[in-house]
Design a protein around this ligand. Structure first.
Ligand code: CTP
Ligand code: MG
Length: 180
């Protein structure tokens, strides 16, 4: 049962970051770096737009706000095993996680451009985990509650596993040409 707590609470905690990440794809328009380069390479590239950034932050913040209200009652208004605190006392909880996720995403694109990778070129591991590291780093400093180390490890494994699983589906439905 303890492992169930690790999985459920960690996913619950990071859910606004996943939400932000999912909604950022509805971006488009003006890129954040305005087309500027640094040392001959784009700062972030055309894949990072202001609209995507705002979409992600708004969606993640609203998602966190829903949890904020729901956590005032029912099974979410509780601490399980004296460890897994589901109570969200800060309405800005979702904002912290989604801003962190977007910072992680920008940092990832910045690093990819420095490595000479074009927009959309995959950087395995980094593309998947930047949202975990970015969101948790910001939440660690700003949010009133945090996760335990085991949950951090679980989130890394779950995030990578979800992408592998998603890619298998994309591969078999012929929407993707490689399995990973
Ligand atoms: N997107 C956006 N603004 C953001 C983040 C994402 O507009 N801040 C949109 C872009 O259309 C982007 C798509 O979501 O192409 C997918 O996001 P992501 O995979 O993070 O970007 P990539 O296109 O793969 O670019 P990069 O190589 O920089 O990761
Ligand atoms: Mg990408």
């Amino acid at each position: 049962m303890w492992i169930l707590g690790v999985i459920l609470h960690s996913l619950y905690y990071i859910s606004p970051a996943y939400c932000a990440n999912a909604f950022a794809v509805f971006g488009g328009g003006k890129p954040i770096d305005s087309g500027r380069s640094w040392r001959g390479k784009r700062i972030f590239g055309d894949g990072k737009t202001w609209r995507g950034l705002m979409m992600g932050i708004i969606a993640g913040s609203l998602f966190g706000l829903i949890w904020f209200y729901l956590s005032k009652s029912g099974p979410l208004d509780a601490i399980y095993f004296n460890v897994f605190d589901f109570r969200i006392t800060d309405p800005l909880f979702g904002l912290y996680l989604s801003v962190g996720a977007m910072i992680g995403d920008l940092a990832n694109s910045f690093a990819k451009r420095r490595l000479g990778l074009k927009r959309g070129a995959p950087l395995w591991g980094f593309d998947q985990l930047n949202l975990v590291f970015g969101s948790l780093l910001v939440a660690y400093f700003l949010a009133p509650t945090f996760i335990i180390f085991e949950e951090f490890i679980a989130l890394i494994l779950i995030t990578l596993a979800m992408h592998l699983f998603g890619n298998q589906i994309a591969y078999y439905t012929k929407r993707k040409h490689v399995r990973w």
